[in-house]
Design a binder for this molecule. Structure first.
Ligand code: SUG
Length: 448
């Protein structure tokens, strides 16, 4: 049976703004309070989805969330009508209003961890929503994420959904941003690679000094257990704490894997040799041949990797067995990174092509091409069981583009977030979106 890696991209929500909310994420901190352009952001994301669809990849779309999150503000003690909740929060606690307005659910690599059916004990595709509990503005995403994933992958014969892990730092879980899967073919059993930043319970693992390590070993192990993965199909590795302190807040900022290949920076991991040997041995047992593509620090520094988001690229398999790298424009703007990429594709190795996308609106908050997508490997039967409303087609692209043009503002600042009218605009837009994507009622304003 044929199998696919389907990329579900997060549609940027109408409140996209630069809140400076993510300590440890250099772009988010340095663009804090700049004015944003939600319309442009959503159109840039849609253009990437359309381009991948046009290249022949199966592409899906994941809906944004209801923002401002009035329910979250109410749980923090703001009261009255919805408009009064927003006005009171704007007057007394602007940072909380900004957090409740973040469109951060667009970075769906953090929505969940997904294990394909070939890897799991019960032969279903498993999803665990990420608790994202390192940052308040992200910790409020998972209830709606779970409802949206449930509406997209509803058939329980094929899909199993797990609630987010306990919402404490010891189980900090950032989803697929720290998870990669190696396999010979998407439909065959593979090796799932969980990368963590620290251990919550074992002091022998070093931790970063300056910035938080968002993912714990214990969270990764819990996800592997929930999904019914076997020991032979799992490898855990620790991120180098020194790179977290340089702004590598997720592993997908310094490494990306696909098929049998891992493309990574020399400084990305601790105990790299041992980790590569384990990956190689476990993949060999599944009939695969592991290929490590290491980018030396002498050619690309960690600083250049963080600035350009070279590794936050999408590594995609082409029909001829070679691979294609989807990179953000910031890679082209960085001379050393661009030079490295030219050498890489002309060297006759596995990666033969690079395609550049303008995702500046998302990039300014630390979200590149890979952050914007959640990968779900599906066989033909499973793909047929996915809600067809969320699979990208030329007509859907046209409808979504018109929907963005109709509902989105082209400028967003803190003042705009304090405007209660924005909530009504967002709800009207999202109500229409659930009909376009055939999701049913998934948002708090549609349920309560
Ligand atoms: O969690 N930025 C996100 C970026 C997530 C990127 N995802 C992956 N690497 N997979 C974060 O730090 C910034 C929001 C703001 O500052 O307005 C933000 O949440």
């Amino acid at each position: 049976m044929k199998s696919y890696e389907v990329n579900f991209d997060g549609l940027v929500g109408p409140t996209h703004n630069y809140g400076g909310l993510s300590f440890g994420n250099v772009a988010s901190q340095s663009n804090s309070q700049q004015s944003s352009n939600p319309k442009e952001a959503a159109l840039q994301g849609l253009a990437k989805m359309k381009a991948l669809m046009d290249m022949g990849f199966v592409q899906g779309v994941l809906a944004p969330q209801e923002r401002p999150d009035v329910g979250a503000l109410r749980s923090l003690g703001f009261g009255g009508t919805d408009a009064q909740v927003i006005e009171q929060a704007a007057k007394e606690a602007m940072p909380l209003l900004v957090a409740s307005c973040s469109a951060s659910s667009m970075w769906v690599a953090n929505a969940a961890t997904v294990s394909p059916s070939a890897d799991t004990a019960d032969g279903r595709v498993h999803f665990t929503a990420a608790n994202l509990n390192c940052k308040y503005h992200r910790s409020i995403e998972h209830p709606t994420t779970s409802r949206v994933l449930g509406a997209m992958f509803a058939d329980q014969k094929h899909f199993a959904h797990h609630a987010a892990l306990p919402a404490v730092a010891q189980f900090g879980d950032e989803g697929a941003a720290n998870h990669t899967r190696f396999c010979r073919d998407y439909g065959e059993a593979g090796v799932e690679f969980f990368v963590f930043g620290r251990s919550a319970f074992d002091p022998r693992y070093p931790a970063p000094q300056k910035y938080p390590a968002r993912q714990t070993l214990e969270a990764s192990q819990a996800v592997a257990r929930l999904h019914g993965l076997s020991d032979g199909g799992v490898v855990y590795a620790q991120q180098n704490p020194a790179v977290i302190d340089q702004g590598v807040f997720h592993n997908d900022v310094i490494a990306v894997g696909n098929g049998e290949a891992l493309f990574y920076h020399e400084d990305a991991f601790l105990d790299t040799e041992q980790m590569l040997a384990e990956l190689s041995a476990k993949l060999a047992k599944r009939g695969g041949q592991f290929k490590a593509i290491c980018v030396p620090r002498a050619q690309v520094s960690v600083e250049d990797a963080v600035r350009s988001y070279l590794f936050n690229s999408q590594l995609l398999s082409q029909a001829d067995g070679s691979m294609l790298l989807i990179v953000p424009q910031e890679c082209q703007n960085n001379e050393r990174v661009w030079q490295y990429l030219q050498t890489l594709i002309s060297s006759g190795g596995l990666i033969r092509e690079v395609k550049v996308f303008d995702l500046k609106q998302s990039m300014q908050n630390g979200g590149g091409p890979a952050c914007l997508r959640l990968r779900v490997a599906l066989n033909e039967t499973e793909l047929a069981a996915v809600n067809p409303g969320v699979i990208m087609t030329a007509p859907l692209y046209g409808t979504l583009t018109q929907w963005v043009e109709k509902h989105y503002r082209d400028r967003m600042t803190e003042n705009d977030l304090a405007d209660p009218q924005l909530l009504l605009e967002c709800r009207a837009a999202l109500d229409e979106l659930t009909q376009i994507l055939k999701l049913g009622a998934v948002y708090p304003f549609q349920i309560n």
